[in-house]
Write a protein that binds this ligand. Structure first.
Ligand SMILES: [Fe+2]
Length: 308
């Protein structure tokens, strides 16, 4: 009998039975259950059929383990070791950078798209190559020729956080999607003169973010093994109307298809990086001292944080 829930169960809320009235539930469904504070509430039939307690087993020793967590822009950040700096401190440099686009108050307006808002991909690569690839715009002309036609490599600038929490790129040529005369609602405090700005950062370790005047996305990585990663794409709009209404359905489909195509184009590059690193002929890599500096920042972060 499994007396303790596994960590994977803890991370998957679907596997945790949480009940309001544990005793009543115990008579109905034979599941071990926890309350909203993670306290083990019910151990059905542990002492034999119909006996839900047993001498020698103290439920208090088998509560769920508490994990440090924080919700930011609808993303749940967790720190299993509890060794990270306070989340507010961690996210401050990025929030400060983006405060000219998205105010704290406007953060509350993001809504997950009710349709065309999520896809995932299995990529045959270590998760770090997906992050590395997202840091720079150097690959634009070769990997994203269509995107490069509207937002050229020359229209991009580097983003490098001096605290080593994130790096990436910004564009000066974002153009809003439209369908006839329909356009998505914008962040109310995003200045009109900055409407063509968009920024894309890898927030270390495993989240890739994109902000635009009229939508936001989070592309987060789930490492499966040393050479396989599941990538999850979550798309958000500003307010319920853009995220849910029928009026915006067509343009949501259009925007979703656009990003899915872009992210798919990167798969070849990321899987190629994995193959290259596996080769006995690999020489440590060739990086541009000008174009790859945000990537270098991630390398330094890995060297500092993952080798202790
Ligand atoms: Fe890319």
């Amino acid at each position: 009998m499994n007396l303790n829930k596994k960590l994977s169960d803890i991370l998957d809320p679907k596997k945790i039975e949480v009940v309001k009235n544990p005793i009543e539930k115990a008579h109905g469904l034979p599941n071990w259950s926890y309350d909203f504070n993670g306290k083990l509430s019910v151990t059905p039939h542990i002492g034999g059929l119909g006996k839900h307690d047993v001498e020698g087993f103290d439920k208090n020793n088998s509560n769920l383990k508490e994990i440090k967590s924080k919700v930011w822009m609808d993303l749940i950040f967790i720190n299993i070791n509890s060794n990270a700096k306070p989340f507010e401190e961690f996210i401050k440099p990025l929030e400060d950078r983006w405060s000219k686009f998205i105010s704290k108050k406007d953060q509350q307006l993001i809504r997950h798209s009710t349709d065309n808002g999520y896809f995932n991909m299995i990529v045959n690569s270590n998760w770090k190559f997906a992050i590395e690839n997202y840091c720079e715009s150097y690959h634009l002309p070769w990997i994203h020729p269509e995107l490069n036609r509207v937002s050229n490599i020359a229209d991009h600038y580097h983003i490098e956080d001096e605290n080593f929490n994130f790096s990436g790129q910004g564009s000066n040529k974002y153009s809003q999607q439209f369908d006839g005369n329909i356009k998505f609602k914008c962040f109310p405090n995003w200045p009109t003169e900055l409407s063509e700005k968009s920024e894309y950062v890898s927030l270390y370790p495993n989240v890739m973010l994109g902000i635009h005047i009229d939508h936001f996305y989070a592309f987060w990585l789930e490492p499966i093994s040393n050479n396989q990663t599941k990538e999850h794409f979550e798309l958000y709009y500003i307010g319920d109307e853009s995220a849910s209404s029928d009026e915006f359905k067509m343009i949501r489909e259009k925007n979703f298809a656009f990003w899915q195509e872009v992210m798919n184009e990167d798969v070849t590059a990321v899987e190629g990086m994995q193959k290259g690193r596996s080769s006995p002929a690999y020489n440590g890599g060739n990086f541009s001292p000008v174009m790859d500096t945000p990537t270098l920042m991630f390398h330094k972060w890995v060297a500092t944080n993952l080798t202790k």
